[in-house]
Design a binder for this molecule. Structure first.
Ligand code: BOM
Length: 141
């Protein structure tokens, strides 16, 4: 499942460049989206939350309220090789994290908290990819 997640991350990450300007996420903070999964990268910057909203909107993965669009996220993950094995787990993990930070009003701040929670939980579940796995599939997208 980490392999599937590497494909999802590689594809989703291609939207980062289109979102750098409006989000203010500099290469200084995050050079490539694959580094999201690095042990050395702390998921703490509000700008990353803004970038995730912008990137998600490129694929209609969020609702107007900057919460996950469950059906679209499910279908998006299923579109990758063996994606059906990951989609339900991933939607559940993200939604569980959303519930924990629902009281944060600022969308970018809340989304980066949700993303940090998702990174921790994905690692716990053994579905987090290594950066090298993502780099190996980047050229496919
Ligand atoms: O309420 C906010 C819901 C969106 C949270 C996004 C979580 C994703 C964190 C970043 C990890 C990305 C890996 C693959 C792409 C998933 C769309």
């Amino acid at each position: 499942l980490a392999e599937v997640m590497s494909h999802v991350t590689a594809h989703f990450g291609k939207a980062l460049d289109e979102c750098r300007e409006e989000s203010g996420l500099t290469a200084d903070i995050l050079e490539g989206f694959q580094n999201f999964w690095s042990e050395d990268f702390d998921v703490v910057h509000r700008e990353l939350g803004c970038a995730l909203i912008c990137m998600s909107n490129k694929f209609t993965l969020m609702q107007e309220d900057a919460r996950m669009h469950h059906i679209n996220m499910h279908d998006y993950i299923k579109s990758f090789p063996q994606g059906e094995l990951l989609s339900t787990k991933m939607v559940d993990l993200i939604h569980n994290c959303e519930k924990q930070f629902d009281d944060i009003e600022d969308d970018c701040t809340r989304v980066v908290k949700v993303a940090a929670c998702f990174k921790v939980d994905a690692k716990k579940e053994g579905i987090a990819p290594e950066v090298t796995m993502i780099e190996a599939v980047l050229e496919k997208y």
